[in-house]
Each structure stands twice: as C-alpha cells, then as structure tokens.
Ligand binder design. Structure first.
Ligand code: GLA
Ligand code: ZN
Length: 764
C-alpha cells in the first residue's frame, strides 16, 4: 500500500538543542551572594510562629552560624489574602530585621501553593489527574500549569514582590516557585488539552506530520485534525508511545514556562540572581533545559539514612548539580536536619551524619548547605519532619549537630568557587528516560536513570571523580577532555552525541556504551537495521535482538525452584534470575583473577542483548577506522540466558591505538561492573582521587582541598595526608584517623598535595 503521508525523514523533528548550561557562563554563587564561607541556613516560615519566637530565632540563628534563609515559600495566602489585594508589610519587616541581624534572604516568589480563594473562585485552576478527577484544595501545589488565572496571579505576585523588595539589601537571591512538578507534574484538564494541541501544532505544523511521527497507522489511530488529539489520559490499554513521549515533553515545557515567566518578571525589576530548587534527577523535568534560565543551581536532597547506599545518593545528586551548573558550584537548598516524615519509616540521621553529608555535598561542589526547615512545625502535614530547631528545643542532639555543622562550614572559605575536576563522565538524558518509560517492552524500565546510577555508583565505589554531562544534540558539549565516558542506556539515537563520542575516542578516550542505547528515534520509533543506530560505527557492533531476563529477585530463582514443582520443569531464558558471562581474553581474565573476591565471575540480570559483531566495521561509515572488534566477554550459559551462550556480551573496538568504543550488552551486577571498570580505567589511565583507601572512606577534591569522608561505622586510618585540617586549623603530617561518620577537610600545599602522587595525570 502506498502511504499518502510525507516520508518520516522529512517530517521527523530533530531533537531540541541542549546547549551548555547558562550557569556556566555566570559568576559563581559565592560571588553572586557575596559569601566568604558557604551559605548555611534553611527554609524559614516565621508566619507559623509568634513574635517571641521570632526574637528567639534571631538569637539561635546567630548561635548556629546561619547566614541565609529562604523566606516566603508558602506565604501566598498571607501576602495576597484576597485576590488582587496585597499585604507585604509584614514580610518587608521580617526582611529588615533579618538584614539587621546579618542574615541574608533567598526570597521566594511565594507561588508554590495558591490560596483558598483561587480554588473557591476559580475551580478550573485546580489540576485534573489522568482519571479525570479534579484535585481539591487543602494540601499544596494544587494548580493546573495551564490555568490562566494561576498564570496571571502568580506573575502579579512575583511582580509585586520584585517591585517592593527587588533591591532590598537583605534580599540576595530569588527563589522561584518550589520544587516544580513535585506533586503535580502533569494535568489532564481541558485547558491543558488545548495547550497540548497548540504545542503539537508548533512542533509538527500540521496533523499529517504528527500522524507520521506518531505512527498512527498502527491501531487505526490516524487523526484528521489536531483538534482530535487529547492528552494520554486513562485508555483501554497501551498508549501510543510517541504520544506519551510528546506528552512528557509538553508537561515539562508547560511547567518550565511558569518558571521562565517569573524569571523574566524578576529580571526586569531586580538584579539579584535567580534559582529554583531542583529535586536531583526528578523524572518529570529535564533540568538540562531548566538550568538555562537560572543564575544559581540549587537542589533538594533527602537520602534515606536507613539506606546503606545513601552516601552514593549524595554523590550522584551532587555530581548532577555540578553538571547542571556547567561545572560551577551549586547550593544545597534543602536537606533534612534529621528525619523526614514522608517515608513509610522515617529514620533520623545517625550521629555525625548531618555534618558528614553536608561536607560530602561541599566535596561534590556545593557552596551552600540549607535545610528544610529552620524550626520544626508544630502543626500541619510536616509536624514530624525534623527542623534545625526541633520540637524538643536546644537540649537535643539535632540542635547540637546543627550548631557544629554551622561552625564547620564557617571554616570552609578556602573551598568557595573551587572546581571539582573529573576525568570520567556519565551521560544523562531525560528524553531517553522518557522514551524508556513510554516504550512498551521488552522489559518494564524504571523512571530514575537506573543504569546511569548503577554505573556512576561503580565509579564512586572505585573512588573515581565523575562528572555528569548531557547527551544533547548538536552543538553539544565537547567530550574530548574526558578519559572515560559511560553512555548508560541512552535509548534515543542521537547522531550528534555519536559524533562527539567518536571525536573523543579519536583523541584517546575510552567510551563505554551500555545497552539499551540507540534503540529508538526521537519519536520512540525503532531504529532499523540493528540497534545502536549512529553508535554503530564507533562500536563496530549492532544489536539484533533484546533478551529480557527476569531480574535478581524472582519466584524462579534457585530458592523458588526448590518448591515450584510444576514450573521448575520448564526452562525459559526469561525466567532465569541472572546469566553468566565469561572473559574471552587474557586482560579481563587477569583482572578477575586479581580481584580477590570469593566469586570473581561475571554476571548480569534483568537485561541482555543479542549482539552481532560487524565483520567489516570500517565499512559502516567511510573514513572511520577499520580496526577489528575484540570480544571481551561472552555469555556462558550459566544461570540463565542459555540461548545467548557463546555470543558476545562485552566488546571493544580500539581506534587509532588509543581510544576505544566498548559495548556492554547486559546490565552487569556490581561485581562485574567493577571488574570491567578496572580494565577500562587501566586503558583510560583514570585513577581514584586517592588510591587504596580503607572501606567506607570517600575522597573528593576541590582545587587544593581534599575531602576524606568516612561513611563507615568504624574508625579509618589514612596515610600520606599532608596539609592543614581546615576544620581544626591543625597540621596533618601524614597519618590521619577518621572517627565513624566523620570527615577531614585538608588544604594541601601545592606540590605536597597527596593527589600529585596518587593521581599525577589529572588535567589541570
Ligand atoms: C520538599 C519541599 C519542602 C518540604 C520538604 C520535606 O523538599 O520543598 O517544602 O516539604 O520536601 O522533606
Ligand atoms: Zn490543566
């Protein structure tokens, strides 16, 4: 049948460009905020308290060393008690008094939660969920991002605040909204449906192009007018993946446009820098794009003290924020002083952990440490969320640790503005994540960058400093400065990224691509002729099929087969919990032999691919190499995955003798990732920040300052540390001992820096 629609090539929009973060071109936060030591403080909500408490707050803030508070985040109802009539005097008075006390203000535009009058008088401003239910008032963030009244009233409030306080000497920064999308990331109301259509009209021009991009000939989904297109609300069965992917792009765009509108208003009336608080790798918002509008990148981060890998969460979010800031420092806008209240079980921070994790944030590039919130609320949904001043008052461990953290941060002036330098990078791409969660099969993918996190964690566990960089389109960031780049499950095929990776490999970089990558185009349509798409010339392999495995915990694991008399007789590769891999060459075998673990074999679970090595890789694209592909490991049929036995699982294509493109066709377990990284890092000449550290001790450095962070439960000894301990002012002359959950911050003299011995190859 001849298709009446234009060809896909003609109608497929190219990915939006993601240029380098604008924050990279702006001064560092400490310059913008006039800091001489890291910012310290928290969300401040004095309207919940009386005058006597306010007076006490000022004294306690001085005792804790607070120099910055976020004010007015949830104050809209007090600032505009009736539509259009403002009461700002009380806020101005608080800013005045804080300023007199030497405490600077990060002033919120107060638009995070509209007041009751908006819900009552303009019910259409309330958001509608995918089931068509309009959500009610009485919680927070109950606004539809397309609501005209919300847009008008939030803009007017931002304007009123900027006009009244935009040049107040006590206001040093603007805090736009709060955690955009945290509770309401999408809305399915008629206004959003209309806005979605307008966004689609903008993207595709006409309905025929949309039909082509979305593949609507499948399941009779052809539209004859854009007016027929609805948001992907509740439906009988699977959505069209392209529709879902565009919906996620639209929802991100819609929220971002709210932030951008406020930023424009503030910039017209105030010279103060602008931030909004991010939420780490929050799935709904493409922060590479959000960062473009901001002067300062800030983050809210709540690792679970009950999670043994919580310190990795700190590192992951910190490296991501630094990436979003274009390598510049950022600010931790919120962490819990102790427990949160929103988990099923809410563990308090362990003794020492507030300071340790604060310093860990600084080690990963933060120049400010703020908490949610200053004083623990007495009422409301967050009554049992910790505060810097707890319910118990100052006779408490939390308060003692708040004060000692403030004192420690005061001593870290030498760290301000100092860069973290990393030789390794992990690529992170929100659109690929959206494509993964919009795509149906071959396995259900998670929402939180699981593959990227796993590989970042392996690098972190190995002590290697790592940047996080965008996949972007052309022109993207130059990647040739990295010795090692991990491309973890970047599902969308980006020719621009492939080109930049080729450039890096050509100058000696080791690029490790982890599947599934290069599987779909920007419309979630499958790449034909073998997955990996534009990455094929670099890797010299193509993926010819996916093989889903069940993952590490399943009814069909070895314990399950002890009792499952009927199903244990049936062997299907997808029912196995893991699959074995075998080193195919000497180098990896040697690494495994040397690892000294009881089971130094290779395993993967959850994901494996059938890979075909291109016989003449040089022929894929004229002018590119021609070096043979080396099979580093094969599937060996142990565990499950027997159908893949003998096929390549890890490959490497060396280019020009120095750089290479590695492909990993399975989600390796931690031990296997560590083994492979040992081999790749040897090729890349990437070394840990400090070699041979004891268990539990993380090392990071910023400029001449070395952070040793003991996350472990035991004291740890480290040798060869020479410099000044910034927290005590004492000299370190070699051997240091770190108590459990404690840190050492050492200013190392040039040339006697321990890293110059441990890591002589770091590029300056
Ligand atoms: C978020 C919000 C805060 C508060 C904290 C509690 O980060 O921004 O207002 O609700 O969660 O953890
Ligand atoms: Zn809506």
């Amino acid at each position: 049948m001849t298709s009446p629609v234009p060809s896909a090539a003609a109608s497929t929009p190219q990915p939006e460009q993601t240029p380098g973060p604008a924050a990279a071109r702006r001064p560092a936060p400490h310059e913008l905020l006039g800091l001489t030591s890291p910012a310290y403080g928290g969300d401040y909500n004095p309207e919940q308290w009386d005058e006597a408490t306010f007076a006490e707050d000022l004294e306690l803030m001085a005792e804790a060393g607070v120099n910055l508070v976020s004010l007015g985040i949830f104050s809209w109802a007090r600032l505009e008690p009736c539509e259009g009539s403002y009461e700002l005097d009380w806020l101005v008075e608080i800013v005045d008094r804080l300023h007199d006390a030497g405490i600077a203000v990060d002033l919120a535009t107060a638009t995070a939660s509209p007041p009751a009058w908006m819900a009552a008088d303009h019910p259409e401003s309330l958001p509608v969920n995918a089931d068509g239910v309009r959500l009610g008032f009485g919680s927070r963030q109950q606004y539809c991002p397309s609501s005209t009244v919300y847009r008008e009233r939030s803009a007017a409030l931002a304007r009123a605040l900027a006009e009244r306080l935009g040049d107040h000497p006590g206001v040093v920064m603007w805090h736009v909204g709060n955690e955009y999308g945290c509770h309401t990331a999408e809305c399915f109301c008629p206004a959003c449906a209309q806005a979605f259509r307008a966004w689609l009209a903008d993207r595709y021009g006409d309905v025929e192009r949309l039909n082509t991009a979305w593949g609507t000939d499948f399941w009779s989904q052809r539209y004859t007018s854009l007016e027929q297109v609805d948001p992907p609300a509740a439906m009988p069965t699977f959505h069209n993946p392209a529709q879902l992917l565009d919906w996620r792009r639209f929802s991100d765009h819609q929220l971002r446009s709210l932030m951008e509108a406020e930023v424009r208003i503030l910039r017209q009336r105030s010279t103060r820098p602008v931030t909004t608080n991010f939420m780490g790798d929050f799935p709904a918002t493409d922060y590479w794009r959000w960062a473009e509008s901001l002067d300062i990148i800030s983050d809210d981060s709540y690792p679970d003290p009950a999670d043994p890998a919580a310190a990795h969460e700190v590192a992951w979010a910190g490296d991501l924020m630094r990436g979003l800031a274009g390598g510049r420092p950022w600010i931790l806008m919120e962490q819990a002083p102790s427990a949160v209240q929103w988990r099923g079980r809410n563990s308090p921070k362990r003794p020492g952990q507030l300071l340790l994790w604060s310093l860990a944030r600084v080690a990963h590039g933060a120049d400010g440490i703020l908490q949610f919130q200053w004083r623990q609320s007495r009422q409301g949904a967050e009554t049992f969320h910790s505060g810097m001043v707890p319910h118990a008052g100052c006779a408490s461990r939390t308060w003692d640790e708040v004060v000692s953290t403030g004192r420690a941060l005061k001593r870290l002036g030498p760290v301000l503005g100092e860069p973290v330098r990393a030789e390794a990078a992990v690529v992170l791409d929100w659109e690929s994540q959206w494509a993964m969660s919009s795509t149906i099969g071959p396995v259900g993918f998670g929402e939180r960058f699981e593959t990227a996190r796993a590989w970042h964690r392996s690098l972190w566990e190995a002590g290697i400093a790592t940047d996080i960089v965008p996949a972007g389109a052309d022109p993207g960031a130059d990647l040739t400065g990295y010795r090692l780049i991990i491309v973890p499950a970047i599902l969308i095929d980006y020719p621009g990224l492939a080109r930049r990776l080729e450039q890096a490999v050509a100058v000696g970089t080791q690029v490790v691509v982890v599947g599934p990558s290069g599987v779909v185009d920007v419309n979630a349509g499958a790449v034909l002729g073998g997955y990996l798409g534009s990455l094929r010339p670099l890797l010299g392999v193509r993926v010819t099929d996916h093989a889903a495995l069940s993952g590490p915990v399943s009814d069909d694991d070895p314990r399950g087969t002890l009792v499952n008399r009927l199903s244990r007789a049936v062997g299907t590769p997808a029912a196995e919990s893991w699959t074995g891999l075998e080193a195919a060459g000497e180098p990896l075998r040697r690494v495994l032999d040397r690892m000294g673990t009881p089971t130094p074999d290779l395993r993967a679970g959850g994901w494996a691919e059938e890979v075909r090595v291109d016989e003449a890789p040089g022929g894929i694209e004229a002018g590119w190499g021609g070096e043979p592909v080396e099979v580093v490991a094969v599937f060996d049929g142990r565990g499950g995955g027997t159908d893949l036995a003998g096929r390549p699982a890890i490959t490497r294509r060396a280019v020009g003798g120095a750089g290479s493109g590695w492909y990993v066709a399975a989600d390796l377990d931690a031990l296997s990732r560590a083994a492979l990284l040992k081999l790749v890092c040897a090729h890349a000449r990437v070394r840990p920040v400090v070699a041979d550290l004891p268990d539990g001790v993380e090392a990071q450095r910023r400029g001449q300052v070395l952070f040793l962070l003991n996350h472990g439960d035991r004291a740890a000894e480290v040798a060869g540390i020479v410099g000044t301990d910034l927290l005590t002012g004492k000299a370190c002359t070699g051997h240091v001992v770190l108590a459990p959950r404690s840190a050492l911050v050492v200013h190392c003299a040039p040339n006697t820096h321990p890293l110059t011995e441990c890591n002589p190859d770091v590029k300056q």
